[in-house]
Write a protein that binds this ligand. Structure first.
Ligand code: ADP
Length: 832
């Protein structure tokens, strides 16, 4: 090294303030002139400067090939390649690069690395492929040239020799850190680790470890700029320590997450298995989270938006309050209701009237008029669709006449679901509309309960016993019912529990009642009344033979060959085992008969030999045949239940035959009057209600007023007490219709003229002897017919109903409409 160079170096140092390009950063403590030794000055040299962005090449380190584009650094390296292949590398941030390139940079970093250019291969695209190897840390002294590339004067910096316990310890620690890193990261070649372990210079160790992944650009730059080796190593140590800590933490997190994941994977796996097992067992698959399950169900619900909104609102409440909150049960019940009510609109095929007729005929015997009206109703529905307010059908008639089964047939003909709800005993509006949810145990009203059962938004909905709806202080259910039945209002039916409107407009309502009179007027006006009276014995026989017996036989798994019931046997069941207008008890008796036979058949198949009096055939149960005749009935069903009224055997004085109406049909009723000596007027015994007593009074007054006319001594009344008795039998309805019968018995008793035994009568009587109309003519005539009566006296007002009577009744009975008591007496006491 020449003296001149040395001088210049000294000069440079002395005049550092004069050198613009010199990075005189006083804040940079690393830039310490104390480290410049004389050796450095001696080794000073001029080199092309290469600026690298975001990368630091440490001394004694080769880096993978770099791609260098055209520019100052390219030119510098091109030049170096020509010379001794040495360059000074300085390292900058990417964003500083532009400044240096365009000569704008006034401050170059003070410390760089002298590097050897191992390769410089120009590529066709104008870039070059470069391999550099760091040689010395170097200090930049002076910029000699700016253009076309920087040429600088610089000198290598050699680390001073440092020994001592502390630095030894530090080196050991750093090497341990390296080991730890390798443990944690793996994938580091053993030779590299061994190489690090062999290093015995702190500065060198620091430089080497920066190549590890723990160091970022700024860390490496910091290490590079730190000239004091111990300090440099300490910095490396700190960075490594921090990175190790981070790495361990990250690993711990990973480990924890993995554990959590493993756990949840395990759970998932187990749940999957459980689901499969459940499915195999045919159990419902239920989601584990009831709230999610609810949300899913609501999402799937085919319901209007307002319903879903309300439901989701409740789910939110449930989620907020928690499944264990006291309210949760209430909310869940509510949500269950919403989810289980039918909301979806349904399409139905067009009604076929012919098919409907077939269905009605297959299910029911007779009832021609009723069927006709039902078909008319269906026809109107078919043509007018929903445009017309179709009236609500109301079947009125005694139990067991087929009201429910007609409803079922209508549903079948329309292809709809069938539901029924009994309104019997409903006194409270809340039973129709439900209770508000604030009440404990609140539920929707009967209407919506029926809808839930129907599982369809448009079922045939039968409301039974509409005549038994009552009114009291708790409110009037009638108005709620009116809303239900009103097509103008029922598309937004409000139930107190549900709170949101429910559309009932697609429902086909049918009402049933036993009696017409008790049905509240406004309700009656809304409905089309179809009356179904009782059946005659012959009709019952037909029904039993053609419908009930085959139905029950099939129901009990019996073949036609296994059981036959003779007509006489059925007749016995009708007469002595059931007393009713309809056929419900008859069906029950037939069922019980079938049950008994089924048992015998089943037992016979056990024994494989049949021992039965009624059974024909032997071992093969298929060939076993039970023929049930009249005489067999008591052995199967026990002794007869009823004896029904029959006409008296001969004409008697003071005994007249009336007929009564009961919900179970009609029956005849003998009224006896016996005059006994004594003071007073009337004495009544037997089962007489108040109305009957009044009737008796009226009869008495009429008899007295006509006494003279009929040749009775007026004193007769003063000397006699009239004992009136209604013998056992059906409890007479509190009706005035026994009026003419009472009067006839009374007058017969007074006059001693016998009443014709084959005459039965019904009618109310006024004080002046006018005969007024009555109800239940069909049941009454049926009872009279059954009892063997020949002549039937009825009020003239009821003459119009005669056409509705069964043919057999009209044919067998002489029906005589009357308007006055005189006419009655003329007929009833006619023989004398
Ligand atoms: P209601 O509803 O009027 O009390 P149901 O409809 O329950 O009477 O009738 C009782 C039983 O009698 C049912 O099994 C029904 O099918 C049967 N039934 C009633 N009337 C007839 C009929 N005309 N033809 C055939 N079966 C009938």
């Amino acid at each position: 090294m020449s003296d001149d160079m040395l001088r210049r170096k000294k000069l440079d140092i002395d005049n550092d303030e004069d050198i613009e390009a010199w990075p005189l950063d006083d804040d940079n403590p690393e830039f310490d002139f104390d480290f410049i030794d004389s050796d450095e000055a001696v080794q000073s040299r001029e080199l092309p400067l290469v600026i690298l962005a975001e990368i630091v090449i440490m001394p004694r380190m080769t880096v993978p090939p770099l791609q260098v584009g055209q520019g100052k650094s390219y030119s510098a390296m091109e030049q170096a390649w020509e010379e001794n292949r040495e360059v000074l590398l300085i390292f900058v941030h990417e964003d500083e690069l532009e400044g240096y390139r365009s000569n704008q940079a006034q401050q170059l970093p003070p410390i760089g690395v002298i590097a050897k250019l191992e390769e410089f291969i120009k590529l066709p695209d104008g870039t070059a492929h470069v391999i550099l190897e760091g040689v010395h840390r170097a200090r930049l002294h002076q910029v000699m040239q700016f253009h076309p590339f920087y040429r600088v004067r610089c000198a290598p910096i050699h680390d001073p020799e440092i020994k001592g316990m502390e630095v030894q310890a530090l080196m050991e620690t750093v090497k341990q850190q390296v080991d730890e890193f390798v443990d944690l990261l793996g994938e580091v070649p053993q030779e590299a680790v061994a190489f690090v372990h062999r290093i015995d210079k702190p500065g060198y160790l620091a430089d080497i470890v920066t190549w590890g992944p723990a160091f970022e650009f700024k860390d490496r730059l910091d290490i590079l700029n730190t000239l004091e080796p111990t300090e440099r190593l300490r910095k490396a140590y700190l960075i490594l320590a921090r990175q190790l800590e981070l790495l361990k933490l990250r690993q711990k997190i990973q480990q924890d997450t993995k554990e959590v994941l493993d756990q949840s994977q395990r759970e998932y796996f187990l749940r999957e298995q459980m689901r499969v097992i459940r499915r195999e067992l045919g159990e419902d698959e239920e989601s584990d989270d009831p709230i999610d399950e609810m949300r899913r169900k609501i999402a799937e619900l085919q319901a209007p938006d307002y319903v879903k909104e309300q439901a989701l609102h409740e789910v939110k409440r449930l989620a907020q309050q928690g499944m264990n909150s006291p309210e949760a049960g209430v909310i869940r019940t509510y949500l269950d209701w919403i989810v289980n009510l039918p909301w979806a609109d349904e399409e139905f095929p067009e009604i076929s009237i012919t098919e409907a007729q077939q269905i009605l005929d297959t299910d029911h015997y007779g009832l021609e008029k009723v069927k006709e009206r039902i078909l008319e109703y269906l026809a109107v529905r078919k043509l007018a669709g929903n445009k017309m307010r179709s009236p609500i059908l109301c079947f009125v008639g005694p139990p067991g006449v087929g009201k429910t089964s007609l409803g079922r047939s209508i549903a079948r003909a329309l292809g709809r679901q069938f539901v029924r709800t009994s309104l019997g005993g409903v006194r409270d509006e809340a039973e129709i509309r439900g209770h508000r949810r604030t009440y404990i145990g609140a539920l929707p009203g009967r209407i919506l309960q029926g809808m839930k059962t129907a599982k369809s938004k448009s079922p045939v909905y039968m409301m039974d016993e509409i005549d038994k709806v009552g009114t009291d202080f708790r409110g009037d259910p009638t108005s709620a019912l009116l809303e239900v039945l009103d097509p103008e209002q029922n598309n937004t039916f409000s139930d107190h529990y549900l709170e949101i409107p429910y559309d009932l407009s697609k429902v086909i309502f049918i009402a049933t009642a036993n009696q017409l009179e008790p049905i509240p007027g406004p309700l009656r006006d809304r409905m089309e009344i179809i009356e179904i009276g009782g059946y005659t014995e012959d009709e019952k026989l037909e029904i039993a033979r053609g419908f009930l017996a085959p139905k029950q036989r099939e129901f009990h798994g019996l073949l036609e060959e296994q059981l036959s019931i003779s007509d006489e046997a059925i007749m016995k069941l009708i007469r002595e085992y059931s007393r009713e207008a309809g056929v419900r008890n008859l069906e029950r008796e037939l069922a019980s008969l079938c049950r008994k036979v089924a048992r015998k058949v089943a037992t016979a198949s056990d024994d494989s030999v049949a021992h039965n009096d009624n059974a024909e055939g032997t071992a093969d149960t298929g060939a076993l045949h039970f023929k049930i005749d009249e005489a067999d009935i008591p052995t199967y069903l026990g002794p007869e239940r009823f004896t029904f009224g029959l006409a008296e055997e001969r004409d008697e004085v003071g005994v007249a035959t009336g007929v009564t109406w009961t919900p179970a049909g009609g029956d005849i009723l003998s009224i006896e009057v016996l005059p006994v000596r004594g003071k007073g007027s009337l004495q009544l015994t037997g089962q007489l209600g108040d109305v009957m007593r009044e009737s008796a009074q009226a009869a008495m007054s009429y008899a007295r007023s006509r006494a003279e006319q009929m040749g009775i001594d007026p004193n007769y009344f003063e000397e006699h007490v009239f004992h009136i008795h209604v013998p056992e039998g059906e409890v007479p309805k509190e009706g005035p219709s026994a009026g003419i019968t009472l009067t006839t018995a009374l007058i017969s008793a007074m006059t001693g003229r016998p009443v014709r035994r084959d005459v039965a009568m019904t009618g109310e009587v006024t004080l002046r002897g006018k005969v007024l109309g009555i109800g239940g003519l069909k049941e009454k005539t049926l009872a009279a017919h059954r009892a063997g009566i020949r002549t039937f006296i009825l009020p003239k007002e009821n003459a119009k109903d005669i056409v509705d009577l069964p043919d057999k009744v009209r044919h067998d009975l002489k029906l005589i409409p009357v308007s006055s008591m005189e006419e009655v007496l003329k007929i009833a006491l006619g023989n004398s």
